[in-house]
Design a protein around this ligand. Structure first.
Ligand code: AMP
Length: 166
């Protein structure tokens, strides 16, 4: 399957200095969501490339994106099989992200521009305001599967693999 991460695509656009990348850089660094129009455009461009299907990663993040994805898939004669919600409490999430930033610096690299306490607060707020309604949206469509994201990497991996195999 082809993994489509809108975060990765946007970071790539940012580093390569495309017009769109420059436009979204400050928004991303502050931890806000970029517009639906931009991310839907990115996904639409890739939808013809999935031989054996897609794993959408970090997308959709708003109800508008979810509706747009549904419409795009209908137009292509494809279906969304399952939506995986990785469940992690906020405190652990903050610790992990602060840890990820420290590890990147310790390894001689640079931390993600949005992996800092200030942007993190905005990212969490964006999640609660705009993304969390998708849990009810996909639950009502009978597509939602919750996975405990607090376990070890191999445990989370095998739980997700099990869901995809079914
Ligand atoms: P991520 O790598 O998934 O944590 O995304 C990093 C940042 O990219 C987010 O904080 C947003 O600014 C932007 N972004 C990624 N995916 C989306 C999306 N589906 N909708 C809006 N903004 C997004």
């Amino acid at each position: 399957m082809v993994q489509l991460s809108t975060g990765d695509m946007l970071r790539e656009a940012k580093t390569s200095g495309t017009e769109m990348g420059n436009k979204v850089a400050a928004i991303m660094d502050a931890g806000e969501l970029v517009t639906d129009e931009i991310v839907i455009g990115l996904i639409e461009e890739k939808l013809d490339q999935g031989g054996n299907g897609f794993i959408f990663d970090g997308f959709p993040r708003t109800l508008g994106q979810a509706d747009a994805l549904g419409a795009l898939l209908v137009a292509k004669g494809q279906t969304l099989d399952v939506v995986v919600e990785l469940q992690v409490n906020d405190e652990v999430l903050v610790d992990r992200i602060v840890g990820r930033a420290a590890e990147a610096v310790a390894a001689g690299g640079t931390a993600r521009a949005d992996d800092n306490a200030e942007s993190l607060k905005v990212r969490l707020m964006e999640y609660y305001k705009k993304t969390s309604p998708l849990i009810g949206y996909y639950y009502a469509k009978d597509m939602l599967k919750g996975v405990d994201g607090l376990g070890a990497i191999d445990e989370v991996h095998s739980e997700i693999s099990g869901i995809l195999d079914r």
